[in-house]
Write a protein that binds this ligand. Structure first.
Ligand SMILES: [Zn+2]
Ligand SMILES: [Zn+2]
Length: 175
């Protein structure tokens, strides 16, 4: 488990979690959602952990439930906004969910980016700053990696459908 420290003085996101209820689009047990101040697409939120966790590389398998609640919360808000605008349900291919990795990390308090639709993103965002890979880690990959590092058995082991999953499109092809 990550540090038990819940709040850090001078941390912008701890301040939002504790004091800026008016900025919180959703408030759950472990996280809140706010708008990104520099949106890269029509919908761009940050799901911020309530606990002060400096960076995604500090996470362990014990934090997987936190990451799952963060993802669920972000998706829920996106669905609600799309519905309100009379748009169709979320198109998975148009959605990017993940974390910046050091050194591209600007605020050192765990925040998950939810960006939709990715076709709105400019060239630099698409090709560089939010491109899945070295600087931006998709949430799913992070969760799988934490489980794998901890030796959690793969629930699909022995499932004949598993091989189909190996045909994933390389990340580069998406951005
Ligand atoms: Zn903080
Ligand atoms: Zn970021």
């Amino acid at each position: 488990m990550t540090s038990m420290l819940t709040s850090v003085n001078g941390c912008k996101f701890c301040d939002i979690v504790k004091n800026k209820k008016e900025l919180q689009l959703k408030d759950k047990n472990t996280c809140v959602v706010i708008n990104d101040i520099k949106p890269k697409a029509k919908h761009h939120f940050l799901v911020v952990s309530k606990q002060h966790i400096s960076k995604p590389t500090d996470l362990t398998v014990a934090d997987v439930p936190l990451l799952e609640e963060m993802e669920r919360t972000g998706r829920e808000l996106l669905r609600e906004q799309l519905k309100r605008e009379g748009e169709a349900d979320t198109v998975e291919d148009m959605l990017r969910i993940g974390f910046h990795l050091p050194p591209l990390l600007s605020v050192h308090h765990l925040h998950m980016h939810i960006i939709y639709p990715i076709s709105d993103m400019g060239l630099i965002s698409r090709k560089l700053t939010f491109r899945p890979g070295k600087v931006f880690k998709p949430a799913r990959e992070l969760i799988d990696q934490l489980k794998e590092d901890a030796g959690v058995p793969d629930p699909l082991e022995g499932n004949p459908a598993k091989d189909d999953l190996h045909d994933k499109i390389p990340a580069q092809a998406i951005s």
